[in-house]
Ligand binder design. Structure first.
Ligand code: ADP
Ligand code: MG
Length: 250
């Protein structure tokens, strides 16, 4: 299995944000996770990407146990993610954001960075080349030199995608990639997600826009109060009684 999560649990004090969730992702598919606010979706992403350590349970990526590894190690192994609230440097250019983001996600050697060693310079060149490549892929070359404060909301979302793609991931987690943008822009981002999948990247997204989820995802998991309450194809999910009760408000 490409990604395999076993009985993953995260407690915050008395609160169980993610409770014994079993989950698998097959290579090459578009997957979605849905559920009400506070269901544990972002926490689930944080656990897999190494931003948080699980209280219990296991995570395997390509059969390797990655449970509890730090985020930069997990990024190097080929898992990347975007954040629900984009954390871009508003005063830096789109290009600089991607270059710096790439370095932060992959490099940890403070010595090289402080003393500008040959290795640091070589890696910096690599980051710049990679940034151009992903900015082209995400359709941002035209605004590459603009400061982030001056680009549109949709372009900011694309920049977050570019950041996630800069580490050459095999598996990408997108946390509410289209939150706060209009339907036309949402369609454009959907196209980009499809492009990513065509390019061989496996995608898992958290999304509230049901129409988009149902169109894009091949497999959907539903979380409610930290627990998996359903899993299946869009059609199975739409017809699932428990889902309708808990989430779709029927
Ligand atoms: P979702 O993304 O589905 O809206 P979250 O994963 O953000 O849900 O949150 C799940 C639950 O865990 C919520 O009750 C939230 O308040 C809580 N939570 C999330 N992160 C933390 C944290 N760092 N410390 C304490 N509680 C948290
Ligand atoms: Mg969330």
């Amino acid at each position: 299995m490409f990604l395999e999560v076993k009985k993953l649990t995260k407690r915050f004090g008395g609160l169980i944000a993610v409770k014994e969730v079993d989950y698998t992702i097959e290579k090459g598919k578009i997957n979605a996770i849905i559920g009400p606010n506070g269901a544990g979706k972002s926490t689930f992403f944080n656990l897999i990407s190494g931003m948080l350590k699980p209280s219990s349970g296991k995570i395997f990526f390509k059969h390797q146990d990655i449970t509890g590894l730090p985020a930069n190690k997990i990024a190097k192994l080929g898992i990347s993610r975007t954040f629900q609230t984009t954390t871009l440097f508003e005063k830096a250019s789109v290009f600089e954001n991607v270059v710096v983001g790439h370095r932060l996600r992959t490099k940890t050697n403070m010595f090289d960075a402080l003393f500008h060693t040959p290795r640091y310079k070589r890696e910096e060149e690599e980051s710049k080349e990679k940034a151009l490549e992903v900015l082209k892929f995400t359709g941002l070359l035209d605004v590459a030199d603009q400061v982030v404060a001056n680009i549109s909301q949709e372009e900011k979302k694309r920049t977050a995608f570019a950041l996630a793609l800069a580490t050459d991931p095999e598996l990408v987690f997108l946390d509410e990639p289209t939150a706060g943008i209009n339907p036309d822009e949402t369609d454009k981002l959907s196209e980009l997600i499809i492009e990513m999948a065509r390019d061989g990247i496996t995608v898992c997204l958290i999304e509230h826009k049901m129409q988009m989820v149902m169109q894009l995802a091949e497999k959907i998991m539903v979380l409610n109060y930290g627990e998996k309450i359903a899993e299946g194809t869009p059609q199975e999910i739409q017809n699932n009684e428990q889902v309708i009760k808990a989430y779709l408000g029927g």
